[in-house]
Structures are given as C-alpha cells and as structure tokens.
Ligand binder design. Structure first.
Ligand SMILES: [Zn+2]
Ligand SMILES: [Zn+2]
Length: 393
C-alpha cells in the first residue's frame, strides 16, 4: 500500500538543516513527509503524543479533530498543554503548539465530533488517519468512512500500562469491524437511541499512564511514516504491548468475508458547490439528471424535521438525531417527551425539506452525498467546501 497521492511531487518549504539527521536514514524521504496530509482524531493522551511526533518529523499538513477543552487532569499526559490552557479548546491549543515545535508544518482543526462534523471529502483527501479516541462509535465511524474512500487508518488504544495499535488498509486485509464483538455495537445503539447531549455519552475516563500513551502514539506515527514512504505494511496487523510484564504480541486480525463494511464508494462526482449554498432540492435535481426520476438522496444519518406531543403541541426542528439533546424534545407546554418525525431519505415526497441547504440539514462541510434509485448509486463531493475545511496554515 502506498498513499493515494503522489507525495514526491508537491513542493513545501523546508528549513535547511532541521531534517539533516533524519535524511541519514536510508529510506527516509523528507519530501514525502513534507507533502503528507494526516488527520489525527482526538487530542487526548494518544493524540498529543502522535501530534508531537508528526510535527517533529515535519509532516506537512496536519488536521486535528477534537471538540473538548483542556482540563487539569489532562496535564499529566499531554505534552502540548500547559496549565494556562485549561478551558481552551484542545484542538486549538495543540495546533498552536505544533507550529511552535516546527514552523514548517501546516495545521488546521475541526472543533467537532468525528461522527457528525467531518465530511467524507475530508477523509478522501487524507493520506493517513490516526485515531486516539477511546470509544467504539468513533472508531467504527472512522473505519467505515476510511473504507468508503480508500484511506488507511491506524487505531490506538491504551489502558493503564497496556496498549495496542492496528493498521487498517481498505481493500487489504481485515478492517476494524471484521472481528469486532457484538457488544461493541451496543455503544453505538446507546449513543443513537438515548438522545442525550453528546458530551454525556462521550467516552468514560480510562486510567492510563503517560508512558503507555507515548509508546502507542509513537508506534502509530511510525506506522504512518511507513505508509507515507510506501513501505510494506500489512492491513489488519498491529501490536499489543503489556507494560506490566514487558511482553508484546504482534496481533494480526483475519479478514472476515461476511463483514458488511467492505463497500468502497464508486463514481464520486465532484461538484463546485458548498454545503451552505446548495439546497437539497438542487442536489435532488442533479441526482435525477444522473439516475432518472426515481432518484432519492440518502443521508447517512436520521434528520429530525419536527416533533409532536400527545397534548397537541407541534415543534419545528431541523436537526440530525445524533445531535439532538433530550431537552429539545421536551414539550414546552406539558413537559412530556415529544415524538420526533425523522427521515434519512430526501425525495419529492417531502417537499418541505427541499428548500433547506445542506448546512441547515446539518450535513458536515466537504461531505460526499449519496443518491440512488433502485439499481444505481451516485456520490456528489461538495468541493467548494474544500478550502474552508482543509485550510492548513
Ligand atoms: Zn471488515
Ligand atoms: Zn405536550
């Protein structure tokens, strides 16, 4: 597996001398490193270590995704955060520190949730994605997104003095879901059904040492560097390290032929439109032009477009179900929970949705929208959002 883009062709400015010792490594190609684009999901203990290493070696473009703020408890295992940063957004602080560590790197951030706020176009335009978020929902989301667009990703997990990483390469070996136990899906179900505000269902606090996060975060970056250099990396392979006994176990997952996730997107059409200007009706017309009059838009989430109460109160809402807080379904008149009306299919049968922009329908920017009829599927990438989201500075 090599990366999708030709990393040796773009030009990035490099400070003379900084990378001289790296260049002594026989296989090292600083130009490929400088031209690489890496997304790091989660700026916690693992994310801090991974980001630090990515910046030190001069990864050219780094995207940090995190919605959390720095807390005092982060300071024992987050090299990028200082006491003065408490209360500031982790992604923002981390981005500033990376620029201080190495002014050559260009960084951008998404202060949001990976499962709702990052468009598929973002995944499609990355060379590698590193994940240091400790919940199944986020990992499963990244796994599916990366598989759809053919981007390799590296999962990291830590607990006390034990840690592991695995590399997943779409189309080559196992994906994250090939061997995932059924229990893991309960977390996603809970997340989607309980209607709690997002911060209440985020991962529990997992006790870890700062040393294990250094080890696993470094291994994730090392695997990323191998991918960036086009070195041999086996999909589904990884390592479990037990720091209590100092034992390590190379762990390769077998591919599950019955895994339902192995569906790369075919025929992505790039359109010069952005999520804040195109309305669902226009997109549906484009889909009909490609697929015929029976075409519908298939959102990859449930869009709530109203709620009704047994007392007769009706509410106008336009929000994705996974972003809806329980208080938003509380009837202001009788305080009972209202029944939401929702859909994931946009068609002419719901004309009241057709004049909404994709942003109003909470489609993340730079997303790839799927439309289909009974026999064919087409995907539209909202390319005008590219510069807004991949705004590396
Ligand atoms: Zn799979
Ligand atoms: Zn009511």
């Amino acid at each position: 597996m090599t990366t999708k883009r030709d990393l040796s062709s773009r030009n990035s400015p490099v400070i003379q001398g900084r990378y001289d010792s790296l260049k002594l490594i026989s296989w090292w190609q600083q130009k490929k490193v400088a031209n690489a684009r890496v997304m790091v999901v989660g700026a916690g203990a693992l994310g801090n270590e991974a980001l630090k290493n990515l910046a030190l070696v001069g990864i050219g473009q780094i995207l940090i995704v995190d919605f959390d703020a720095v807390e005092a408890a982060n300071l024992t295992r987050s090299v990028l955060f200082h006491a003065d940063d408490i209360g500031k957004l982790k992604a923002q602080v981390a981005a500033e520190r990376l620029k201080e560590l190495n002014p050559d790197v260009r960084v951008t951030i998404i202060c949001g949730d990976i499962t709702t706020d990052v468009g598929l176009g973002v995944f499609r335009n990355m060379d590698v994605v590193l994940v240091g978020v400790d919940n199944f929902a986020a990992r499963i989301f990244v796994n599916r997104a990366c598989y759809k667009v053919g981007t390799p990703w590296i999962n990291g997990g830590i607990q006390e003095m034990v840690g592991e990483f695995h590399v997943y390469i779409p189309g080559e070996g196992a994906c994250y879901e090939c061997n995932l136990p059924k229990e893991a899906y309960k977390e996603i179900k809970r997340r989607l059904s309980c209607l709690l505000p997002i911060e209440e269902v985020e991962q529990g606090r997992v006790p870890t040492t700062p040393t294990i996060s250094s080890i696993i975060g470094a291994l994730q970056v090392q695997e990323a560097l191998k991918l960036i250099h086009g070195m041999k990396v086996t999909g589904g392979s990884g390592l479990i390290f037990n720091g209590v006994t100092n034992e390590y176990l190379p762990a390769s997952f077998p591919q599950n032929e019955r895994c339902l996730n192995h569906n790369p997107l075919k025929s992505v059409i790039t359109i010069e439109r952005g999520g804040s200007d195109i309305i669902l009706g226009e997109l549906l017309t484009m889909a009909e032009e490609k697929l015929g009059p029976g075409a519908v838009i298939r959102l990859d989430f449930d869009l709530v477009f109203g709620a009704t109460c047994t007392c007769g109160y009706t509410s106008q809402i336009l929000k994705r179900l996974d972003k809806l807080g329980s208080d938003e379904l509380r009837c202001p008149s009788c305080h009972k929970l209202m029944q939401p009306e929702m859909t994931s299919t946009i068609s002419r049968a719901k004309p009241w949705l057709l004049d909404k922009t994709l942003s109003q329908a909470q489609v993340p920017p730079f997303h790839i929208i799927t439309a289909s009829n009974k026999t064919s599927v087409v995907h539209f990438e909202l390319d005008e959002d590219r510069g807004k989201v991949l705004n590396f500075i």
